[in-house]
Design a protein around this ligand. Structure first.
Ligand code: SAM
Ligand code: SF4
Length: 361
């Protein structure tokens, strides 16, 4: 374990399980040993959700975090401030569980928008309640949204999410566009025999409304541990099923963005630029070498990767009265230990104990 400077007499232990980082260089960024620097912070605001997507959660839900273990709004605000002011974070994405369920959401967004340099702020949501919240979120300082939608068919939606809320999601999408939370992106996960026939219909829906669609390969992060490499719908399958659109490779560099994008000839987005569709091939086309993410769970644990099997406890430091500098150092140590890749294809790969909904997707 690493030692930090701190109040005299107190044991100065960085989070249990934190990597030893005797070689951590001086600096003020979230760098790792492989030359990557994390500037994009994903903040999970709750592990609870009002849907039960079959690829994410079991029907009965999960054992939610006890309230006292969840960070308070002030604790979340403080960690985001440290990340932005001391560690070079420039993008903050709120997620969950379902982040719109977080009572203090507007205040948290407002507090992040007041930081300087001002980070770009976005949210990943299932869209339920967004019809009511889109304008207040924009007024609080939110820049953009990603709404998850896996089908254009309300009946299929009810089967896939185990809730009859398709109309609410569509209303949320419309409200986000009307509030100017653009580009409004749609996240879609396809599954064999469930909705893998829907890629063209989903793209037509997105083009018609000016939303930007991104397909995400299903990852081994489901609470039920049912993911199977052999039955997942791959980026290659998705592109093949979109053949009728004559997609052309996007000349704009992908940079650190996980999505590979294609232009859809004959269509423009609501911003007047050529319409695009994205595919995030996390499993078959991994982008770990360009990853710029750092993640904070709703109970204050830093994860340096979606697939990390260890975490670093910032909540303990916050509640132990430690300084901003101590917390920033612990965060840097956590990121310094990031592995070069997720290793899903390694025979020794172990799915992390926390499912996607408790990490923050
Ligand atoms: N509840 C919000 C939502 O659904 O957008 C935010 C959290 S959810 C975990 C974030 C994203 O992760 C969603 O787009 C969802 O479809 C995606 N997701 C969940 N489980 C996944 C899995 N096993 N593989 C790939 N994507 C997954
Ligand atoms: Fe909830 Fe999002 Fe998981 Fe669906 S994907 S169950 S909306 S956390």
């Amino acid at each position: 374990m690493s030692e930090l400077p701190g109040p005299i007499g107190a044991p100065q232990i960085v989070a249990p399980g934190a990597p030893v980082a005797d070689d951590l260089p001086a600096g003020s960024t979230l760098a790792d040993r492989y030359g990557r620097v994390a500037t994009d912070l994903r903040v999970s605001l709750t592990d609870r959700c009002n849907l039960r997507c079959t690829y994410c959660m079991p029907e009965e839900g999960l054992a939610w975090l006890p309230r006292e273990q969840q960070l308070t709004d002030d604790e979340v605000n403080r960690l985001i401030r440290i990340a932005v002011e001391q560690l070079g974070v420039t993008e903050v994405r709120f997620t969950g569980g379902e982040p719109l369920l977080r009572r203090g959401l507007l205040g948290i967004v407002q507090s992040a928008a007041a930081l300087r340099p001002r980070p770009r702020l976005s949210i990943t949501t299932n869209g339920i309640g967004l019809d009511r919240l889109a304008a207040p979120l924009r007024d609080a300082g939110l820049d953009r949204v990603n709404v998850s939608l896996d089908t254009v068919d309300p009946v299929r939606f009810a089967t896939l999410t185990r809730r009859d809320r398709h109309a609410d999601v569509l209303a949320g999408l419309r409200a986000a566009a009307a509030a100017g939370l653009t580009p409004v992106k749609i996240n879609t996960v396809l599954m064999q025999g469930v909705n893998d026939d829907e890629a063209p219909a989903l793209l037509r829906f997105a083009l018609q409304h000016g939303y930007e669609l991104r397909f995400i390969e299903q990852m081994p992060l489901d609470a039920q541990h049912r993911w199977d490499r052999h039955t997942m719908v791959t980026a290659g399958d998705i592109l093949q099923s979109l053949a009728e659109f004559d997609l052309t490779p996007d000349s704009v560099s992908r940079g650190t963005a996980p999505a590979e994008t294609w232009l859809v000839p004959g269509h423009v987005g609501i911003d007047g630029r050529p319409a695009r569709v994205g595919v995030i091939g996390s499993v078959t086309r991994p982008f770990c070498g360009d990853c710029d993410r750092t993640r904070l769970t709703a109970d204050g644990q830093v994860r340096n990767c979606l697939f990390a099997t260890d975490e670093s406890d910032l909540r303990g430091l916050l509640r132990g009265g430690r300084s901003d500098d101590d917390i920033a150092t612990a965060w840097r140590v956590a990121m310094w230990g990031k592995k070069p890749g997720h290793g899903i294809d390694n025979p020794s790969f172990l799915q992390p104990a926390r499912p996607m909904s408790a990490i923050g997707g």
